[in-house]
Design a binder for this molecule. Structure first.
Ligand code: NAD
Length: 286
């Protein structure tokens, strides 16, 4: 039975993933490499909920109740009594393997391990843990912003117990997410669709057919997307976009060739919102 949830990596995804569980009443531990970063994650949760309050979607009391449930942490030992751990650290194989190897030594045998990786094979990540844990190891791919977006891809690895994947699926459904079961293939389901569409949008820009602003208008007013692709890519960050592109290219070849538009922005340090500039200028919003 899952009663306490740990999240490793208190960045853009981790802070909001933990928040999804706090809002549903689960005590959480939000872990990062320093207390400063872990606390920043909690501050982010506070900001996200204040925004919801200003829109009338949440009360001050609900926010306080959620914040009482989170414990910031900079020590994996704090995760030892968690029943479910979701890793949302950097998109780097070595970093993730190192985290899971450490956690495997510390956590209870029953604890389920999940990774929020966008692109790394779940089966490959599970090689970091002992044989018994491999059956309790799967992918849970949340979308950004994780406290708002309902989709979570649930990805069993080759050695995952069906029962454990079902348990996580049911838990996510119970906290008002819309989980989908996806096989452990490169890019899972969402990135196969998204990178295909976004690659074509980048070709339109590269060929001078339309501007980023017009690409976004097509998405919003023609396809009914809540936000344009360029605005969305600025939020995810072009370093991460490029890293995932490269993995998709390795997995599927030509149809996912990384776009020179994204490569140039990364070369220029224009990583999107986090650097203050991407397709759009955010210097006054930093
Ligand atoms: P981020 O850079 O905002 O946050 C990562 C956090 O992990 C940082 O705070 C970093 O200090 C921390 N970290 C690094 N090494 C650690 C360690 N050893 N132990 C504990 N914490 C550590 O990254 P993000 O955008 O939140 O992405 C996190 C994961 O989620 C990645 O695997 C990414 O591919 C995936 N993801 C991201 C998005 C997105 O839109 N950004 C969407 C879906 C999935």
């Amino acid at each position: 039975m899952i009663k306490k949830v740990g999240v490793v990596g208190a960045g853009m995804m981790g802070a909001e993933i933990a928040l999804c569980f706090e809002k549903a009443g689960y005590p959480t531990v939000l872990n990062d490499i320093s207390m400063e970063l872990a606390r920043k994650g909690v501050e982010k949760q506070d900001k996200v909920m204040s925004k919801s309050i200003s829109k009338g979607k949440m009360t001050e009391e609900e926010k306080e109740a959620a914040l009482r449930l989170v414990t910031p942490s900079a020590d994996y030992e704090d995760l030892k009594d968690c029943d479910l751990i979701i890793e949302a650290a950097l998109e780097n194989l070595e970093v993730k393997l190192g985290i899971f190897e450490e956690l495997d030594k510390i956590c209870k045998p029953e604890t389920i391990f999940c990774s929020n990786t966008s692109s790394i094979s779940i089966t490959k990540l599970s090689s970091a843990v002992g044989e018994a844990r491999k059956a309790r190891f799967l992918g849970t791919h949340f979308n950004s912003p994780a406290s708002v977006m309902k989709l979570v891809e649930v990805i069993p690895g080759l050695l995952t117990d069906k029962e454990r994947a079902d348990e996580v699926y049911d838990l996510l459904a119970s906290i008002e997410k819309e989980p989908v079961r996806v096989k452990d293939v490169v890019g899972f389901g969402l990135n196969r669709i998204f990178h295909c569409m976004y690659g074509e949008a980048m070709r339109l820009i590269e060929e001078g057919v339309c501007t980023p602003e017009d690409v976004d208008k097509i998405c919003k007013y023609g396809l009914g997307h809540p936000m344009g692709i360029c605005a969305l890519l600025d939020i995810t960050g072009h370093d991460l976009n490029l890293a995932v592109d490269q993995i998709m290219f390795e997995g599927y070849g030509e149809r996912f060739r990384p776009s020179p538009v994204i490569q140039r922005m990364v070369d220029a340090g224009n990583l999107g919102r986090k650097s203050g500039k991407g397709f759009y200028d955010y210097t006054d919003k930093k």
